[in-house]
Design a protein around this ligand. Sequence first.
Ligand code: SF4
Ligand code: SF4
Length: 104
Amino acid sequence: MSAVEKGWKDVPIGGLILEAGSAKKYETGDWRTHKPVWDKEKCSNCMICWIYCPDASILIKDGEMSGIDYKHCKGCGICAHECPRKCIEMVLDTGENGEAGAGE
Ligand code: SF4
Ligand code: SF4
């Protein structure tokens, strides 16, 4: 066994969450194949996308939608499906503009 490998007694038991809020550090946006692109001009700030997003990836600032957290958005497309004004479009994610809040 090399110096960097851990023995079985050192590895956490599977399924345990050792630290509260750890999901925030886990950038699940890497899993995405398609990403939501938001058209701010058409948005009425009804917050329906915020209610439905299973990953809390709709960003809010001063009571209004301010963008999409691409670091955590998994690209499920629910926001685009539910938006009554059709101002979120799902597009193939080429890896560009992957910053949090992009789409503003
Ligand atoms: S559901 Fe559509 S209109 Fe409503 S806040 Fe989200 S993007 Fe804007
Ligand atoms: S695509 Fe899914 S995870 Fe991403 S912002 Fe929309 S509802 Fe949330």
